[in-house]
Design a binder for this molecule. Sequence first.
Ligand code: OGA
Ligand code: ZN
Length: 386
Amino acid sequence: MSINETPIKLEKFSFTENQLTIIWSDGRTSQLAAIWLRDHCQMPQSRDPVSGQRLLNITDIPVDIRIANVAQNDVMLVVDFAPDSHQSEFSISWLLDNCYCLNVQMDVRSESGKKLWQKSSFGGKLPRCNYDLFCDSPDSKQSALQSFKDFGFVILDDVPGNEGQVLKVINQFGFVRETNYGPLFEVRTKVDANNLAFTNLGLGCHLDNPYRDPVPGIQLLHCLQSSTTGGESILQDGFMAANILRDENPQHFETLCRQWINYRFQDTNTDLHSRVPMFETNDKNEIIKVRYNNRSIGTLKLDPDQVTEFYAAYRHYAEIIEREVLQIQFKLNPGELMMFDNTRVLHARNGYSKGGVRHLQGAYSDLDGLYSTLNTLKTKTLRLAD
Ligand code: OGA
Ligand code: ZN
């Protein structure tokens, strides 16, 4: 709630055996089922007071649980249950924060929890944060991580140019996700490279490592040297592209959600396989994850009846991704680090000259650690405002 918003108050309530109904001062209504209320009891018999974790099991709750009485006691609603004569107190602020009707936005991963973007969305001003501020100012870190959550990426400026610095950046918000490439990987031209990323070739829009289970949720690329011609970075909002696909051809969208496909990575020491859909959706059919990487699609095991439809949908999404109006392009300079949501924001690079040196260090992390840091920073900010 922002400081100027009028706080929502409990206007009135009523109950039946099966349900408590609350009417709030803004006119909205919450309907809370008896079984839900009993299961969410906040009393010390039901929850450990220190960890807040549930002590009761669903099988401990009588199958015919019902509401016997509800009374208001200052900032609490006191609910008596039958047949077990259990009494629960719910604070009105807890009910406000937790009832379904007022909190339908429940999934931070889904498209509805994000700000979808295209090239024109930023007016040339990309979400950025100075690295010293990121480390030393909780407000700056919170707003950088919020940009990451909203747009799926943020660029950090003036990051020290030390080897291995990318791992220290991760320690500022989460945990390093080590892979067969090591804790970090060197993105520069190599002889006999085991990945096209380690050549000077251009790379089309992709998400990294769809052959892993789970896929790393965050990728970081830190520029140490860049004196080649070319090698510009490109980012593209995969959720926006998926939305466009759904508008242009709902059947194609559905196909990429339902058809599982094969990804693979193999070198002398590693052999990774996955079978997953290109788009993952939640229970509201909102997109929550994209996996797209033409380089690492394995042998596609497709039912013969599905082949034509899959390729039409795949081609359509690939064409949308290449639309310039959806892409932002910039040169990552030494001292700059970009971090992006590897389940949403596709990245690409232009090919670059053999003369000069281009050296990035990359690493992976996971989204849950970053969101946890952001949630903790937000809670502290709210406490300070109280
Ligand atoms: C990668 C990659 C992009 C770049 O290493 O995964 O896509 O800018 N690199 O070199
Ligand atoms: Zn990549």
